[in-house]
Design a protein around this ligand. Structure first.
Ligand code: NAD
Ligand code: MG
Length: 397
């Protein structure tokens, strides 16, 4: 832990080689006087991880794929670095709990990030959460862990980061707030009537944001917004009826809060994740991010429209899962991860993604899980079911 107000904060990045991880490192590199990188993790790209270690010289590097641990250790030694190498699920948890890490950026994609994210929360870290699937699957455990460990949780997801900023204007949010309004760009297919024949390349070509492949597909189906509704429910404690979604193709307003007096506060900026990352890293202070400034005169008219839940059923499925409870949310997320993966491998047509999720969701049941093991069990069961739906159906493409 830091040993004084002037000590630099130690930062661990879970998922350092990804889109959020890279943007985080860019922000950190601007503030060497405030932060030092103490731990970095990646799934399997040893070379990229070693490259980051050369640049940031962390104490610890963790590779999720345990078979690569020896390769990582050897590469670090050859590079003459003192960075220790660990691997596998235990290695990720070790990075998340590292004594010198004051702050942990949770930027692994999918439920794969759950255990390490939860471990950071239990260790009382200041948790900067990008890994929305972790809170979708384990909202209750995660919030409780932060509370019990006297840690803190700051949202990196741009919509929740915007809401966090807007809520700062209310002393008693629960009485002051009427509803949260999450904005959605609408993704690459907002104006495309026929979703047959969509390719992974088309789905990943997001008009406004440059992101990892899984979240790009989620943005194209609107499941990303669905996951974000569930995320907002856990983060801010509002009922599903108080969380609305509005399509805003310009992505200038990142979300809004409507108060009981009729005021609506919006947070604006260019669509660049370095802004919410810098907000979360610096909070409660403001630090520079490197994002381009917003030029309202160039932004053009700002438009808003209702989401088309008929063409994009994933949003409706997510609201249904939220109403049904935690087990349904786990099933929704797991089925989505399996379906998106299958689409990216060109096995499942894009337009069939919602049908796979719906089939798994309908069959999901059970009491709310009360441990990570129970969550991972439900996650595993839903994945197996989603895979069996995929193998049983012959999809017309
Ligand atoms: P990405 O695919 O670019 O990066 C994912 C990172 O996680 C990589 O470092 C990868 O090595 C690691 N990883 C993947 N699978 C792993 C596994 N099984 N075990 C250990 N590590 C693993 O993804 P991203 O776009 O950076 O998104 C990361 C998270 O942040 C996601 O949950 C996403 O929804 C969320 N998020 C991303 C953005 C964005 O702009 N990219 C915005 C908001 C929220
Ligand atoms: Mg978002």
């Amino acid at each position: 832990m830091s040993d004084g107000p002037l000590a630099r904060q130690g930062v661990c990045i879970l998922g350092a080689t990804g889109s959020i991880g890279t943007s985080t490192l860019e922000v950190l590199a601007r503030h060497p006087d405030r932060f030092r990188v103490v731990a970095l993790t990646a799934h399997s790209n040893v070379d990229q991880l070693i490259g980051l270690c050369r640049r940031f010289e962390p104490e610890l590097a963790a590779i999720g794929d345990a078979r690569q641990t020896a390769l990582l250790a050897e590469g670090l030694r050859k590079a003459d670095l003192r960075t220790a190498a660990v691997g596998g699920a235990a290695g990720l948890v070790q990075a998340a709990c590292l004594e010198s890490a004051d702050c942990v950026v949770a930027a692994i994609v999918g439920a794969a990030g759950l255990s390490a994210t939860l471990a950071a929360a239990r260790a009382g870290k200041r948790l900067l959460l990008a890994n929305k699937e972790a809170i979708v699957c384990a909202g209750s455990l995660l919030i409780e862990a932060v509370r019990n460990s006297r840690g803190s949780l700051l949202p990196v997801d741009s919509e929740h980061n915007a809401i966090h900023q807007c809520l700062a204007a209310a002393r008693d949010a629960h009485h002051a707030v009427k509803r949260l309004i999450l904005t959605a760009s609408g993704g690459p297919f907002l104006r495309r009537a026929d979703l047959a024949g969509v390719t992974p390349e088309q789905a990943c070509a997001h008009p406004k944001w440059n992101m990892g492949r899984k979240i790009s597909v989620d943005s194209a189906t609107l499941m990303n917004k669905g996951l974000e509704v569930i995320e907002a429910n856990w983060l801010f404690g509002f009922e599903p009826e108080q969380i609305d979604v509005v399509i805003h193709p310009q992505s200038v307003i990142h979300s809004m809060v409507e108060f009981v007096d009729g005021s609506v506060l919006a947070q604006m900026g260019t669509p660049d994740m370095r802004t919410p990352i810098a907000y979360a890293l610096g909070f409660p202070e403001r630090i520079s991010s490197g994002s381009p400034r917003l030029d309202l005169l160039q932004a053009g008219p700002l438009q808003f429209e209702a989401p088309d839940q008929h063409r994009f059923p994933c949003l409706r499925l997510a609201y249904q899962a939220l109403q049904a409870g935690p087990s349904a949310c786990i099933a929704l997320n797991a089925a989505n991860e399996v379906a998106v993966d299958s689409f990216l491998k060109r096995e499942l047509p894009f337009a069939r993604i919602p049908a796979v999720i719906q089939e798994v969701l309908v069959a999901s049941r059970g009491a709310p899980p009360d441990s990570v093991e129970a969550i991972l069990d439900l996650d595993d069961g839903a994945r197996r079911q989603a895979r069996s739906v995929l193998t049983k159906k012959i999809w017309a493409s």
